[in-house]
Ligand binder design. Sequence first.
Ligand code: BGC
Length: 749
Amino acid sequence: MKHALNFYNRIDPAVENRVENLLSQMTLEEKVGQLLLKNAFAPIDWGEVLRQQKLADERGEPFHISLELNPVILEHARAGRVSAVNSAEVRLNNRLQRTAVEESRLHIPLLVGHDVIHGFRTIFPIPLAESCTWNPELLERTAAAAAAEAATQGINWIFAPMIDISRDPRWGRVAEGAGEDPFLGMAVAQARVRGIQSAALPGGRRIAACPKHYVGYGAAEAGRDYNTVDISERTLRDVYLPPFKSAFDSGAGSTMSSFNEISGIPGTCNTFLLRTVLREEWGWPGVVVSDFNAIGELVQHGVAKDLREAARLSILAGVDIDMESGAYAGYLAELVSTGAVPVGRVDDAVRRVLRLKFNLGLFENPYQDETLADQVILKPEFRSLALESARQSMVLLRNKQNILPLPQDHKRIALIGPLANNRADLLGTWAITGQAADVETVLAGIQHYTEPNLIAYEQGCSLSGLESPDFSAAIAAANSADVVVLVIGEGAGMSGEAHSRVRLGLPGRQAELVQALAATGKPLIAVLMCGRPLVVPDLVKSVDALLVAWHAGIRAGQAVADLLFGAANPSGKLTVSWPAAEGQIPVYYAHKSTGRPAEGQGTTQYHEPFRSTYLDETNAPLFSFGEGLSYASFEYRDLEVQTPVVAAAGTLRVTVYLKNTSSRAGVEVVQLYVRDMIGTVTRPSKELKGFQRVGLEAGEERQVQFELQAAGLGFHGLDGKYVVEPGEFRIWVGPDSTRGLEGKFDLEG
Ligand code: BGC
């Protein structure tokens, strides 16, 4: 089901009139006020809050932070000195809106933003996991459900989707995106914007999406968060910008500038990106908000000597709203009065903010009905959706001798590992308003299929503790069982913002636990929970089956059990490559050939052929983009390129037959890749250009058809302009980025 959606970036003359009318009445201070996002809350002891939350999580009890508004924010709302806040509670949000709308001179309502990244209270799998569904329609529904829950709290602006392409699993924020590929990234960006901005949210509310972080943040050097980014304009345009363009084409009303610098110029004062590309080339009239304190951080970047200079650089570059740095609040009016910033720049920014507020209907409908939450939050449809999403997100990567699914008449199970009976970590990295008490554990999920006396549960070791392990109870449990299900991996706090890692193996003593259990000789099934690709070659060698469950949200435990016991059939496929060793990073399928490709003859220089390889590791990742198994098996045959010659403005048509050769129904994600054989600039050795989820009954065969606009096969050429070059293309249709039936076609100029 596609949702009716709102476009918050169309220029409507009636709205423009209202904007101009209001703008003409504003003082300079009120204009600056419209460009400020401020903290709304009275100071609170966050250390204590986290302690209380941990206790509640351990007891499986719901936890609620009791935040109070800072009286200063109410004064600012009254005086028109704030435009936006970050807040998630309807009672407080209505109070703030009432103050702004009823007590300020111009009655301008507030933007109420929040980070609703993978669910509000119904926590869905982390975005990286959800991208592994290759199911944009499902992602649209989960984003719409999250928006519906958020809307009950008076939120009208969501700081999502995070659409940064990343090819570096060291970067903790790889968890928040859709992986390494721009084509899939575009589909995901569109789906999530459509979901967040869907019409018919509770109480007639509307919500604007804020695709972020514009741009290149996922290319941080060495995967260290906030680190330097240096990418060519071509790569920026071919790889990192396309998801943003898709998000804007889908109606996104705002975007967030990124913390990082790009080739020497921080995203928050990058005139080329914020003005030339966004405004002049794309003509996008939405709101740009800085990331948290990012204007202030121009001082640490070393491009501004103080906050005044930081404010000047950012407003001139095109950042409309200052999130919490105080630079605009402190200096923008003065910069205009002294002529350092033309008032026209401030007016343009205010226009964009007011346009968004009008488009959101906030002037007509600023308050939310405080009783709606009970009917919407965690409602059964959302809980089912979370289960559907969790089942589709998980990726089966190994299944020796079809050990999975476990037979219904299975015998004793040893369930072992620090995540087997864990709730809080299954929520994942961005679950501010999620509750550990809502999460189903894997233990509880398995109990739906197995008598309690047939399950021997042992934690085995802690998640990341380095204390001397005592595995004796876990080994005894394994010895008493017929099969061992190990639930291991990363905690929620090991990925996400400011949580990069350089060693991507299993944390703590978990790798030793795996070895100790492998030594029992019992069949081992590993369920790996994580917020990123891990580097786990030894684990893969030691286990009979490997299911990557990610951090899959409130229904994770049930979803794992449904997959282990075959009530659901795995269909997820990786959207980011899993390195065989950290030293391969970045490793991604769409790499270039190089002049001495690994699989070629190389060039014999002196006495031996030299190739682009390592002495101590293959180039191939442990698991490649697109990989993932099913309990069904599929066969591809008879790839036919129906248009062996395609005009640059034409359509490529390709068909293939796909057969389910097994005795159970299943879903295959059919993937189409191309390679432009000769280009004026080098081309990736493969590029995803199409995919479809195809469900087949046991034994069923079907023809799968792809239609692609040849216009989508171009790149940014010698002169930096987008070009579709004539010539030969190879094409592959198959189950992942490493395999497939091969064909070719010619593109005509
Ligand atoms: C993050 C953003 C987030 C913002 C507001 C920042 O630290 O980078 O993704 O939206 O905080 O919470």
